[in-house]
Each structure stands twice: as structure tokens, then as C-alpha cells.
Design a protein around this ligand. Structure first.
Ligand SMILES: *Cc1c(COP(=O)(O)O)cnc(C)c1O
Length: 455
């Protein structure tokens, strides 16, 4: 190890003490280890490692960072809050950053919400929504409702409740004995559509599966939980807004709640501030996190209706209160980061700018539709994905043990672009501050990586 190699020094200390998420740690050891990259600084869409090498953050640091690393406006708000109140217990006590954030979220969310419940991260928000829905039905006397409906290919987080409604085998299979069993209904995922079928036709057809499940199970179901428009961790699988509109109607018809998990797709990722807007619907529970604080602080929020809220309103000894809590509920620093993030949405033409950036991404990806190992080029707003396959015509995937996507990841790191394929799905989910020439770099490097990976 050279004494001038700051990366190597940090890497050695890391690998002696830290256990990383979503990682087989042994991949970082051995003869051809995956790099463990120590980052010391961020600037806009870029990350800088300890040796000064720069990486374009094409995945917004796990989809959280929407307005750039070290964004000065968000940073200033957090610094200001640090000098006045870092945290306070949120039961029996309150503070203006949380109050103002709740007011603002209710103002910008689809119409129909009346209350905001805060938690610390996306999985916790999903736990809150599941528990609240179950508890609502119990409070109104429907004690037979104890189950949930989720879509195949769904991802809602990895704590046990959230993992139960997740259908990504990589995360779920091992823990299945610990999980409650939801009813999984076929996803409207348009990668599965028949030849010649439109996204809309395919998605609408899949509503029939949901209707059948509700006809059979509605009496025992609290809620249907979905990721609106894009099933992100399940491989950036996309569907038409018509499905959400139909699903809202079905939930009303059968008397079950609709939980929209917009943890990944909220805050302008899909082309509208919230993905549900594209279907003209409001769910009974809206889960938000990730982009909420611009990627600065862990925070999540569950928005719900006055109907739900009213079912918990009772004399204390009736036992109807929602007693769920986290130590850092409503953390003021996180709320200030979120308020600064919302202020950027208010002051800057984010949606218009994203439309241009998304169009640029689409133009650059279009030629890949003819690539012999790219089965699908799909995009919803600022999410684009390429599905690498062995056999394009028959949609036959590469053997997963070949870890083709990982080769794209390694190539990206060498070339200074952080791409992190989900299996063999190479996707782009950059911060909204990315420039057109940076999009070109991101896609050029991805194409080089794909050539290496498939040959
Ligand atoms: C990331 C994600 C979660 C979980 O959020 P965490 O903060 O990682 O716990 C839940 N749902 C969706 C759709 C997500 O993308």
C-alpha cells in the first residue's frame, strides 16, 4: 500500500470494522476484489474519492439525492437549524419545522389528505401505513381484516413488515419463515406485455387479476400496497397510469385501502411531483422518503385522510390510539432539509427542466433498442432502464450467477460513473442537476460497460 494511497488506507480500515448493506462482504476480499470506494466529498452530480478521482452519481446515491451533493441551499438550512434545535421528543412536544413541513406536504400532495405522520426511513413509513390500515379496520369493528395485497415484483423495504409485502426473492426468500403472508397479485409490469400490445392495454388487462383477488379476499384484506408507475428495486419495471386509476376504483368498490409507496418515485422522479397525479388519484396512505430531504437526512412521512384519522379519535382507555413511535420522529434537522428541498421545487422550474433532461436521455438511449442483448429500453420521466438478456426474441435472461450487471458496475467505476445495475437491469436515475453532457458521459460509459458485459 503506497503511503499516498488514501483510498487504500480508508478501505483497509473499513474492511476491518464495517459491515455494509446489501453486500456479500467477501466480494471485497480475494484476488479480484470489488472496489470499496471511500468518498470524501460531493459536488452536484459528482462524488470525489479520497485520492481525488471523480464519479458521476447516476443513481442519486440510492435514489435519494435529487438536487445534488452538498447542495448549498439545503446545507444552509440544516446548519441554521443545528444552532437552535437539533432534536426534541415528538410526543407532547412539537416544533415549527415539523408543523410547516406537514402543512406544505398536505398542500402539494394530491387532494384528499388531512394528516402527516413522520418516521425515519422508507421501511418505517411502510410499517406505519400497514399498521395504520390494519388498526383503522379494527377500530371500526372489521377485525377480520388482517392481510394485505401486494404486486409481484414489488419492493417496499426490508424490515420484517415491509419485507413481507416485498416480492424480490433476493431479499425475501431467506426470511420467508419470519414474514406474514400477503396475497401477491400479478404486476402490470409492461416488460411482460404481449407482442403488439400497448402499455395501456397490458396494464388494464392486469386489473382483472386484481379484481379476482379482491372478489376472493376483500373481506380479509386491509389494503393493497403498490409502487405507483415504477417498481424500482424489482428491476425498474414500469406500467401505465391507467392501472392506478382502475386500482383506485377497485379498492373503493371492495372496501379496502390503497397504499401508494412513492418512496422512490415521489418528488418529480416520474415527470409529475407525485406519480399518482398521472392517474388523477389519491391513495388512502401516501408513503414518502428518499428525495424528501434532497438526500441529506433520513426522514419519511405517511400522509393519510381525515377518515382514517377520525377512526383513531377516542377516549384514551378505548385503546384506539396509534401508539407507534420512533426516537427520532420528526427530527428538526431532517425537517429543515425537507423544507429547503420543497423551496427549491417552489422557486425553480424543476418539472420543466426534468422534461428536457428526460427527453435527452430518451434520444441517447433510443439506438439501444436494436442492440442484440438489450430486450427493453424503457423510461418513465427521470428513470430509464435497459434489460440485458441472453436471447432477445425469447426474453431469456443471462444466468444470474454470471453477474453480467456487475461487470457494468466495475466498468463504470473505472471510467468514473456510478452505475449500479439491479441484476442485469442497467438503469439511470440521476440527480435533477445533471447536465446534458453529463448524461452523454453516463450513457456512453454504460454502453461501453454493456459491450464488455455481454461479450
Ligand atoms: C427504498 C424503498 C423503500 C425502503 O426505504 P428505506 O429508506 O431504504 O428503508 C420502500 N419502498 C420503496 C418503493 C423503495 O424504493
Amino acid at each position: 500500500m503506497s503511503p499516498h494511497d488514501a483510498n487504500a488506507r480508508l478501505r483497509a480500515r473499513d474492511l476491518a470494522a464495517v459491515w455494509h448493506p446489501c453486500t456479500q462482504m467477501r466480494d471485497h476480499a480475494g484476488p479480484d476484489p470489488l472496489p470499496m470506494t471511500p468518498i470524501v466529498r460531493g459536488e452536484g452530480a459528482w462524488l470525489v474519492d479520497a485520492n481525488g478521482k471523480r464519479y458521476l452519481d447516476a443513481v442519486s446515491s440510492w435514489w435519494t439525492n435529487i438536487f445534488g451533493h452538498a447542495n448549498p441551499r439545503i446545507g444552509a438550512a440544516v446548519k441554521d437549524q443545528l444552532d437552535t434545535l437539533e432534536h426534541v421528543i415528538f410526543a407532547g412536544f412539537t416544533h415549527e419545522p415539523a408543523i410547516e413541513l406537514a402543512e406544505k406536504l398536505l398542500r402539494i400532495a394530491p387532494a384528499g389528505f388531512a394528516r402527516v405522520f413522520f418516521a425515519d426511513n422508507g421501511s418505517s413509513a411502510v410499517e406505519v401505513a400497514l399498521k395504520m390500515s390494519f388498526h383503522y379496520w379494527r377500530n371500526v369493528g372489521k377485525t377480520g381484516k388482517t392481510r394485505f395485497i401486494a404486486l409481484t415484483g414489488s419492493y417496499h423495504g426490508e424490515t420484517l413488515g415491509a419485507l413481507s409485502v416485498t416480492d424480490v426473492p433476493l431479499y425475501r426468500a431467506t426470511y420467508a419463515p419470519l414474514l406474514h403472508e400477503p396475497i401477491f397479485v400479478a404486476s402490470p409490469d409492461c416488460f411482460e406485455r404481449a407482442p403488439g400490445e400497448s402499455w395501456r392495454e397490458h396494464s388494464l388487462r392486469k386489473l382483472e387479476d386484481m379484481r379476482a383477488a379482491l372478489e376472493h379476499h376483500a373481506h380479509e384484506v386491509c389494503a393493497v400496497i403498490v409502487e405507483p408507475l415504477v417498481q424500482c428495486a424489482g428491476g425498474m419495471r414500469m406500467y401505465d397510469p391507467a392501472y392506478l386509476a382502475g386500482l383506485r376504483k377497485l379498492c373503493d368498490e371492495f372496501g379496502v385501502h390503497l397504499i401508494a409507496d412513492e418512496i422512490a418515485v415521489g418528488f418529480a422522479r416520474t415527470g409529475t411531483l407525485f406519480a399518482c397525479e398521472q392517474a388523477g388519484i389519491a391513495p388512502d396512505f401516501l408513503c414518502l422518503s428518499k428525495g424528501l430531504t434532497g438526500g441529506f437526512m433520513p426522514l419519511s412521512a405517511v400522509l393519510t385522510t381525515s377518515d382514517v384519522y377520525a377512526a383513531f379519535w377516542a377516549e384514551y382507555n378505548a385503546g384506539k390510539a396509534f401508539l407507534h413511535s420512533h426516537s427520532y420522529t420528526g427530527n428538526p434537522l431532517a425537517c429543515r432539509a425537507a423544507l429547503a428541498t420543497l423551496a427549491i421545487f417552489r422557486d425553480e422550474p424543476v418539472l420543466e427542466r426534468n422534461r428536457e433532461l428526460a427527453a435527452h436521455i430518451a434520444r441517447r438511449l433510443a439506438p439501444l433498442a436494436d442492440h442484440p442483448h438489450v430486450a427493453d429500453v424503457r423510461q418513465t420521466g427521470m428513470i430509464a432502464a435497459l434489460e440485458l438478456v441472453r436471447d432477445k426474441a425469447a426474453h431469456v435472461p443471462f444466468a444470474s450467477a454470471e453477474r453480467r450487471g456487475l461487470r457494468v458496475y466495475r466498468h463504470g467505476l473505472e471510467r468514473g460513473v456510478l452505475l449500479r445495475p439491479l441484476g442485469d437491469v442497467v438503469y439511470f436515475m440521476p440527480p435533477y442537476v445533471i447536465a446534458p453532457d453529463e448524461i452523454d458521459l453516463m450513457i456512453d460509459v454504460a454502453i461501453e460497460g454493456i459491450e464488455r458485459a455481454v461479450n
